[in-house]
Write a protein that binds this ligand. Sequence first.
Ligand code: XMP
Length: 520
Amino acid sequence: LVIVLDFGGQYNQLVARRVRECNVYCEIYSYKTDIEKIKAMNPKGIILTGGPNSCYEEDSPSYQKELFELGIPVLGLCYGAQLMMHKLGGKVITPEVGEYGKTEIHYAPNAVLFQGMPETSICWMSHFDRIEMAAPGFEVVAHTADCPIAAAQNVEKKLYAIQFHPEVLHTVNGTQMIYNFVRNVCGCAGTWRMDSFVEETIQSIREKVGDGKVLLALSGGVDSSVAAGILSRAIGKQLTCVFVDHGLLRKDEGDEVESVFGPNGQFDLNFIRVNAQERYYGKLAGVTEPEKKRKIIGEEFIRVFEEEAKKIGAVDFLAQGTIYPDVVESGLGGESAVIKSHHNVGGLPDFVDFKEIIEPLRNLFKDEVRKAGLELGIPEKLVFRQPFPGPGLGIRIIGEVTAEKVRIVQDADAIYREEVDKAVADYKKANGEEPSWMPNQYFAALTNMRSVGVMGDERTYDYAVALRAVNTVDFMTAESAEIPFAVLQTVMSRIINEVKGVNRVFYDLTSKPPGTIEFE
Ligand code: XMP
């Protein structure tokens, strides 16, 4: 185990992910975690993350000096590096200018963490404070033009300080530096792998559940699908999955979920599909206000699920597809500000009669969940699904939701995704890599606008479809993706020709902020 001590920086989850990419298991804890607790966990290494403060100020996040005297290797990154120096007798100052972005850096040949790297390279800097004087016992092993102490090491005490961000991909060889720390300095064996995770989790689910009954709400999204897969492999028919088709899924999605998890699929479990389309359309009739739509869709889900749960009766466990970022973002893991109270964490349905919660994916990052899904034999199509909002097409149809509008947006969206996927596949075939414009999320939405057009010799008065595609790292900010114009034109022409009721296609150029990714 490696512990990532979170001082509130923006890249903290990235740090943990990079460690796991080295096949080393790690967990994120707040800098407020008691040192006795840390000792009790017996970590092989500790990484201190970046953070937004000045470490020499009174009330800044800090940690007692003892942390550096445990004999456990410590790597400080950015704020963590400054804190290490500050605590051990070095000096940190706030200079006139900070240092941001890609920066040329020079490494010393004897730098333990930079072994096997060119002496001059590029790193990602993002700091205003800097280390003015290294602490006694440290040697300086990297510098940039504006930062004379970009890294320092005390090999004997196994303490390492790096001013830049190796966890960010812009730092060339950054992952190698993390590897050098966790595998070489800390001596972690690198046995954290998805195949063993799946095996071990199946064992521990069996032990925990015994002959009890488990209920899972399956949405068809990546997390709940992988949770269903792993639970099914562990306990078979002791698992019941309730899949609510609210009629706001993408084209053919309900049937796809059923083909994987239903009676003719590859998993052994009780699968209940509730076809609640008409109920939802009924509730949504005449409703145009976005928040009201969201609320109705959410509440209706609870009602439908409640009815099914009542039919099933008491269960021993309620399973949830909570994953590690949900835990961290809910403020339970690290120190980063509580960004959103996650729907998967807390807020448990009080109408289900269950004794305990079971969350088999609670320690996994999204890319690990996907690997586990592949390991379990869940089809790639499901495992690599795009993010899809809980309220589904309900928030991609502006204004009132009707069955007709759902049909239009489903068909237009299916064409759009098919053409983008095809263009990406062609590009990959020709160039051996993904295109730079590869969007992280792309979908069609239905504007509530109708306009005049002409088709054949006829006047038309039909809807306009909006195409959205974004490049984003964290979905908190996003840029409109530069899908090649030829692809957009093909999509436009296919949608106009194949989807009845549409005579105009727009491409949404808005970034987030000011726009959001979804339309409502
Ligand atoms: P926005 O529209 O807020 O979307 O820029 C950011 C990301 O979150 C997804 N999203 C949701 N996911 N329930 C969800 O599970 C929701 O109500 C919801 N609203 C937005 C959206 O698809 C995008 O990936």
